[in-house]
Design a binder for this molecule. Structure first.
Ligand SMILES: NC(=O)c1ccc[n+]([C@@H]2O[C@H](COP(=O)([O-])OP(=O)(O)OC[C@H]3O[C@@H](n4cnc5c(N)ncnc54)[C@H](O)[C@@H]3O)[C@@H](O)[C@H]2O)c1
Length: 370
């Protein structure tokens, strides 16, 4: 698949929104590696530690620092650049922040996406659009099984609700407008991801990495909470695969199976990657000789509702396109830990990250899957 991807992405004009964020920066590195011509739309990186800066992405992507809530400016960039593929990742991405400022969360995630959809609706562009949402878009009624694409949408906290709204919005534009144009859009629902270069507040791995760097005690509140852990490169490879398939095979696939092919895709890890926080922590800190002490604090003091374990059923993308996760749980955690170790030891992070990417690609070369 790597050779086919290289052929496909070479010189492709690809827009990534959110290229200054954690996932967007890794996606930029991946698509640059595959030879794409990259354009970005996002807010400016916040500091020198941001992956965007560490990966020297300013030399790899033509960045437009634009707020996606600015409808006119966004439209002007889209119509000027006319990308062939758009990966829309720009979002207010944190549940806790969505409680702090629900209005800005809905404005960015929902209206920002609508601004993008509007720009495409009014164009004559021939473009693939992947709207990146989240596993949190499902109505989490703790049914006790993995979520499938056709399950009810919901979301009790503002972030999750905003992602469910993006799902509905995107489908509505596809149905009402894009079916008569050359735009092909879908939504992609992945869960929490881990990997080097995430510095978000109140996320487990960045919190642990900050504590190790500062040699301060690691405070863990919910060691027994179970989560699905997936390395960031897993869903990113799946995004690249979906854009490729929508570009090359859309009409055939639609003819074959109109009902289920349409629109949404789950990208989750296999069930062995669903383990408690403590298991992740043990593997992570085994990568550091000088890890500080771990303190198990009281259960989370936050009063906010947080959905119980979420798990995605990814059989649709597996059966359509043969996608499979490549990394075991230990490999995913060790890759993440070794990235932070390299960072703390002042290694060349651009070079280190490219090597991790190459290792990930290499794992797929001999696989029967993508
Ligand atoms: N990280 C995860 O574990 C995870 C899990 C599921 C879904 N997602 C989704 O994937 C996407 C990327 O997540 P991430 O972790 O990289 O997020 P991030 O917070 O690291 O990055 C967010 C990006 O969006 C941009 N952005 C935010 N508000 C903007 C605005 N008003 N105008 C323009 N750009 C704006 C930021 O500049 C940044 O580039 C998001 O849509 C997120 O909801 C992430």
């Amino acid at each position: 698949m790597f050779e086919i991807f290289k052929e496909f992405y070479k010189g492709k004009k690809v827009l990534i929104t959110g290229q200054t964020g954690f996932k967007g920066a890794w996606l930029s590195l991946l698509l640059h590696y595959l030879g794409a011509e990259l354009i970005g739309i996002a807010l400016e990186p916040r500091n020198n530690e941001d992956l965007y800066n560490l990966l020297k992405l300013e030399t790899k992507i033509k960045s437009n620092f634009c707020d996606i809530r600015n409808r006119e400016k966004l439209r002007e960039i889209i119509l000027r650049e006319k990308p062939e593929i758009i990966f829309h990742l720009a979002a207010q991405s944190l549940v806790l922040d969505s409680y702090e400022d629900p209005y800005a969360t809905f404005e960015t995630n929902v209206l920002g996406t609508m601004n993008l959809l509007e720009a495409l609706k009014d164009s004559d562009m021939d473009t693939i659009l992947l709207n990146i949402t989240s596993d949190k878009c499902y109505e989490n009624n703790n049914v006790g099984r993995d979520f499938q694409e056709g399950d009810a949408l919901g979301g009790l906290d503002p972030y999750s609700a905003s992602k469910a709204m993006v799902e509905i919005l995107s489908k509505s534009y596809s149905h009402s407008f894009f079916s008569k144009s050359k735009i092909k859009a879908c939504t992609v629902r992945a869960g929490n991801v881990i990997g080097g270069g995430d510095w978000a507040n109140n996320r487990l791995i960045p919190d642990i990495a900050r504590s190790i760097k500062a040699q301060q005690e690691i405070l863990i509140r919910n060691p027994n909470s179970t989560r699905p852990w997936q390395h960031v490169l897993e869903p990113l490879w799946a995004y690249a695969l979906l854009a490729f398939q929508y570009s090359e095979n859309y009409d055939n696939l639609l003819k074959q199976d109109q009902q289920s092919f349409e629109h949404a895709w789950n990208i989750g890890p296999n069930s062995e990657n669903v383990v408690p926080v403590k298991t992740l922590l043990d593997i992570f800190i085994s990568n550091f000789n000088d890890a500080p002490d771990i303190i198990y604090g009281e259960e989370s003091i936050k009063n906010h509702y947080e959905a119980k374990t979420l798990s995605l059923n990814s059989s649709k993308i597996k059966s359509y396109f043969g996608w499979e996760p490549r990394l075991s749980l230990a490999e995913s955690i060790n890759m993440t830990a070794s990235w932070y170790r390299a960072y703390i030891n002042n290694q060349d992070i651009e070079d280190f990250s490219i090597k991790q990417l190459e290792k990930f690609i290499e794992l797929g070369v001999n696989s029967v899957h993508s």
